[in-house]
Ligand binder design. Sequence first.
Ligand code: GLV
Ligand code: MN
Length: 195
Amino acid sequence: ADPDPLQDFCVADLSASGAVNGFPCKPVSNTTADDFFFDGLSKQGNTSNVFGAQVTTANVLAFPGLNTLGIAMNRVDFAPGGLNPPHSHPRASESGVVIEGKLLVGFVTTRNVYYSKVLSAGQMFVIPRGLVHFQLNVGEGKALAFTAFNSHLPGSVVLPLNLFTSTPLLPDQVLTKAFQVDEDVINGIRSKFGV
Ligand code: GLV
Ligand code: MN
């Protein structure tokens, strides 16, 4: 989904300021082999949180060598029963492969049609760009998946956090009307997220 690169590579200078769509390149003379390798996905993510899942990102912010190349990856760890909650990526389609465990993977289209399947190790899925999707660990033990994106910065709109924990908060009137519930339900949801 990202624009095509105009040179072999453009390792991001994340500290550079300036108005560009992306990040400026660090000088080629300062570029080393280390810029093209990344071990941030080698460690298991900490799943001790309300969702029981952790997404570890390898996008341009974590791995500057990806800058302008139009690709990124994530590692997603799941405790038993863990959920990578409904979210969407505004700038990328996603493909993924289950490495360990059993995941219910689903997405919903713009016409509110839900597609899903339970996957185990070695099986793949694809999430079309921008559509709301999730993965739920439905196996006995922990689960692990790796995902890949056609953007160096896919972005992630995590619906429960976006709607209930924004800064500043959305007006109660918006949420009570949108979900057809009373304010105490909205406050109950917020309190679970520490808001
Ligand atoms: C999974 O949906 C991910 O965004 O890595
Ligand atoms: Mn995703």
